[in-house]
Write a protein that binds this ligand. Structure first.
Ligand code: AP5
Ligand code: MG
Length: 215
């Protein structure tokens, strides 16, 4: 499976990706996670990225394209991958297509996870993520058993810096202007699929499996 997950901030791309990696044993490549790790490590890349991320803007293409290029060449991508949060605009999508053509691993599908705007704000302000294993929770919809502690690994849960109301609004505008046009891009290339991302997480995952694999 070589998949791109599309969807607005909070649509559940990361949540569904985690379930797909458990089922298929292929890596989830999240540019957001890679950038947040660089920020936490205080690397030069992290310092550059942080100023964009805190404002809800996209990090420059040359930075994220370089990251993806390195990651896709790793041996674990040979059996497939799930791209979560990349590409984010047409220039990134075109570069990705060219890159994957050279590596002889074209995409099978681009899955758009569709969620109404009104649901996204509550999902994002309520999100908590594990510092250890990156598992996501939501204080409103899927809280951990013990407040602030990951059910899976016992790690500490944190609230993302960009999950503040003002920054969320900007991220949603950036999504509409720059990322939503990719739905048409992949429709034209014939690999677009879509799922309604409302309802229980497991119920959505069942639909995702049927849409992607017919079972
Ligand atoms: P990124 O980390 O990619 O964030 P995003 O696209 O804004 O998406 P999110 O991670 O917020 O949402 P998600 O769809 O993964 O939802 P989740 O599963 O967590 O990017 C962050 C920043 O990095 C960008 O703003 C940019 O600056 C930079 N960046 C990253 N990639 C880049 C690129 N390619 N180019 C340039 N810049 C880039 O779910 C959200 C919450 O909802 C969770 O709490 C979850 O538990 C809950 N939830 C999930 N499903 C359900 C459900 N069915 N019902 C109720 N709640 C649910
Ligand atoms: Mg995510």
């Amino acid at each position: 499976m070589r998949l791109v997950l599309l969807g607005a901030p909070g649509a559940g791309k990361g949540t569904q990706a985690k379930k797909l990696i458990e089922k298929h044993g292929i890596p989830q490549i999240s540019t957001g996670d890679i950038l947040r790790k660089a920020v936490a490590d205080g690397s030069p890349l992290g310092k550059e990225a942080k100023s964009y991320m805190d404002k809800g803007e996209l990090v420059p293409d040359k930075v994220v394209i370089g990251l993806i290029e390195d990651r896709l060449k790793q041996p674990d991508c040979k059996k497939g991958f799930i791209l979560d949060g990349f590409p984010r605009n047409t220039a990134q999508a075109e570069t990705l297509d060219a890159m994957l053509k050279k590596l002889n691993m074209p995409l099978d599908s681009a899955l758009s996870v569709d969620v109404p705007k009104d649901d996204l704000m509550k999902r994002l302000t309520g999100r908590r993520t594990c510092k250890g294993c990156q598992q996501m929770y939501n204080v409103y919809f899927s809280p951990p058993k013990k407040n602030g502690v990951c059910d899976k690994c016992g790690g500490e849960l944190f609230h993302r810096d960009d999950d503040k109301e003002e920054t969320i609004k900007r991220r949603l505008d950036v999504y509409d202007a720059q990322t939503a046009p990719l739905i048409n891009y992949y429709k034209k290339s014939g690999i677009l699929k879509s799922v309604i991302g409302v309802g229980g997480i497991d119920e959505i995952f069942k639909k995702v499996c049927i849409i992607l694999e017919g079972k």
